[in-house]
Write a protein that binds this ligand. Sequence first.
Ligand code: ZN
Length: 413
Amino acid sequence: MKSWPQVAVSAFEFHEALPLLVLTNSKTKSKQALQKKDAFRMYVCGITPYDATHLGHAATYLTFDLIQRYLQASGSTVHYVQNITDIDDPLLERALRDGIDWEELATSQIDLFRSDMVALRVIAPKHYIGAVEAIPLVVKAIEELSEKGTTYLIDKDLYFMNMAVSDFGALSHLDKAAMEEIFSQRGGDPSLVGKRDSLDCLVWMAKRPNEPGWDSSLGVGRPGWHIECTAIAQEYLAPDKNDLELIDIQGGGSDLIFPHHEMCRTQAKVLTGKELASTYVHAGMLGLDGEKMSKSKGNLVFVSHLVAQGVDPMAIRYALMSSRYREDRMWTDEILAKAIMDISNLQAALAQDNVADTQPVISEVVHALSDDLDTPRALRAIQEWSTASRNGAAGGNVMQMRNCLDSLLGLLF
Ligand code: ZN
């Protein structure tokens, strides 16, 4: 799959080594420093292309963009892979509802997603892989799961036994009743007759009438969702033999912790004997005016709609950074209005020949980001600098400030 055009990122110029990046690991529920490495492997779950790109998506991909920017500024390379679930039930259901071809719907939404990511200056993944193009990889992974005796048929559909791994649940920390409830809310089928365990998941779905299917050694059908990401991560982010984990960072929205990431983790463990990721990072959910933002409520705010209304994408980016990535948070017109005002003040400061001392504010931004991406603290420091500069403080270097804003925060004016 074609990724979006790469965003140019300036090399970060800083007088000292950056502190290690500390992130909250959902598995340990604690903050953890990423030890310095030449190269990190990061996999972030992509969208199902039927409702792109609402602000919840934008907040998630922005989080991993900030991680990548910080690691790059620290001198590391980031091998970044993202998938796109371009065949799945929700896509087919939406296409049927709207009376359009599912491939046409997927293509149009992927194009929209790409242009939104470019507008928001989100760094493109090195490999952007669609589920359809990954079918040979998925089939190979399922064959390996079957060789290990961890799959079984219900009619012509193939299921994977999540209980093949003794510590199933170690990521989500949920009890079985809670897992079953969430599983059924998020596309699972815990009460299906014939299952050996209610939490076993579909890995290959036999072709249904009037639905697409692909021929394979598993019969004509299509892949389940979880195995798609496991197979893509394994192929495109192959670890060194000695690594204990398959990759360094697995990421997505917090609604992916269970069942998606828990089940990807289990499949990866059966396939490779390794833990899927050393750090599991999850972005909180975004609400609108006090309500959860969701497809079913019909209250999604789309990046493309805001941009069409004339909102500067940098203001959207800034507004999303004004709260912490891990928190469930609200989007309001006031937050966007404040971001627009803050940016206007910042641009006025950046246009001056004389600005306040830049080293202390850049150091504060670096330390704030290193502490689990404390973007509100970073933006506060920038606004204090902006105010001081507009009030006549001098001694700084405006180009250094522009470099910091661009390379670490993705803000280019
Ligand atoms: Zn995924």
